[in-house]
Write a protein that binds this ligand. Structure first.
Ligand code: HGY
Ligand code: MN
Ligand code: MN
Length: 408
């Protein structure tokens, strides 16, 4: 049976942008044509609502419902970029729901006592430049501008070049010192990337924490040679320690009650009848606490190092991205749960292993997350799905939260 599409005009207008017909998933990579189409969509959605738009120095997009006061704003939103062949909801549901929550508040005659902003953060998935939450990390001062400018994509294009091609000046990227004073809170609505809410029979949940997690790059250098004439004992095949690392990641995750994945790999030259000269692979590791995460990563690196030595292959690893444990602001979390309960919405509180801009911004201002039920729990896949009535429940919950946080 065909899954029902959320019959919301704003949602429907975004759906086709950046979708790959073949794969059925999204390829909304930062500062590409697909991204430009999403940015244009954002600005149109804002202008249709008479919201004041701002593109900040880090490529993040903002739309303000000004309240005629200088008070600190309340922001809601998420991101529009995707993982390769990602789903429709991861990110966009939060941005669409923020615009729709403003529509609901206006229909009810709500007059905000403080500005309400919709935000779409840049490069949240890190799918092009390898750093998750790049836009919010730059604004929060968590990543150095120079290091960011030099990040390259798979084709060697730097962030600076990609931003320039998109008409953005990377010379200005950097911390937004006023973030913590200009904003009173940021609430990110997001599809749940798991099925806890489904198990609890709840349409909406509130975020409690984000597991510590990170990305490591592993480089194995061997020796190219002929697949049909090189004796096994003479080979220096980088695929072998790579394979050991993949299996160790799984075993170590199981041992430590954590999660580890090695999906992105580049093997060169990658011929069928030759032995590769080099393999570059990435480890994505996540755990309930730092201690288990560090133990897991150490185990994988130890195995990779030993296997590389056995096969005469050199090995080096570099941590590319790291996010510490995030406990969302407890007072804000309680305010959301209480306000939702008063509105008749029972919202369970739940942790997540997925990283979010709300997790990054938690270092500079009070942040919270609202999760929308995902019946299958599947995410980072074209199969990702939330039912229309749950998307609507998310908008309603966000409207309740914005009333609580931006009301008189
Ligand atoms: O990878 C993550 O946890 C998120 O989807 N960026
Ligand atoms: Mn994601
Ligand atoms: Mn996301």
């Amino acid at each position: 049976m065909q899954a029902q599409v959320w019959d919301n005009p704003l949602w429907r207008s975004l759906l086709p942008l950046g979708r790959d017909e073949q794969a059925g998933g999204y390829r909304r990579y930062s500062f590409t044509a697909a991204d430009a189409a999403c940015r244009d969509w954002f600005v149109q959605a804002a202008l249709q609502r008479n919201l004041r738009t701002e593109a900040d120095r880090n490529g993040n997009l903002w739309a303000f419902w000004d309240a005629g006061t200088e008070s600190a704003a309340v922001a809601a939103g998420s991101h529009l970029d995707s993982v390769p062949d990602g789903g429709a909801f991861d990110g966009p549901l939060g941005v669409v729901s923020a615009f729709c929550a403003i529509d609901v508040l206006r229909e009810r005659g709500f007059e905000p006592a403080r500005p309400v902003a919709v935000v779409a953060f840049a490069e949240e998935e890190g799918a092009r430049f390898g750093r998750a939450c790049l836009g919010s990390r730059l604004s929060s001062g968590v990543i150095e501008p120079e290091a960011a400018r030099e990040l390259t994509d798979a084709d060697g294009v730097t962030l600076a070049q990609a931003m320039a091609a998109a008409g953005l000046d990377s010379g200005r990227i950097g911390a937004d010192a006023g973030l913590g004073s200009r904003f009173a809170a940021f609430v990110e609505l997001h599809i749940e990337q798991g099925s806890v809410l489904d198990g609890l029979g709840a349409a909406v949940g509130v975020g409690e924490s984000i597991w510590p997690h990170g990305r490591w790059r592993l480089d194995f250098a061997g020796r190219a040679d002929h697949a049909g004439t090189t004796r096994l004992g003479d080979r220096r095949d980088p695929m072998l320690p790579f394979a050991c690392a993949v299996l160790e990641a799984r075993a170590a995750a199981k041992d430590t009650g954590a999660l580890a994945t090695m999906s992105k790999v580049a093997a060169v030259p990658g011929g069928t009848n030759g032995i590769n000269s080099a393999v570059r692979a990435w480890l994505d590791a996540r755990a309930p606490d730092d201690e288990h995460l560090i133990r897991l990563v150490d185990q994988v690196m130890e195995t990779a190092r030993a296997a590389a030595a056995t096969h005469g292959v050199s090995f080096r690893a570099e941590r590319e991205s790291w996010s510490p444990l995030v406990k969302f602001d407890l007072e804000l979390q309680d305010r959301l749960v209480t306000a939702l309960a008063h509105a008749g919405i029972t919202a369970p509180v739940l942790p997540t292993g997925a990283g979010h801009d709300a997790g990054v911004l938690a270092s500079v201002l009070p942040t919270a997350m609202l999760f929308v039920r995902n019946p299958s729990g599947v995410s980072h896949s074209p199969a990702e799905y939330a039912a229309p009535q749950d998307c609507q429940a998310g908008v309603e919950a966000l409207a309740v939260v914005l009333t609580e946080l931006a009301g008189r």
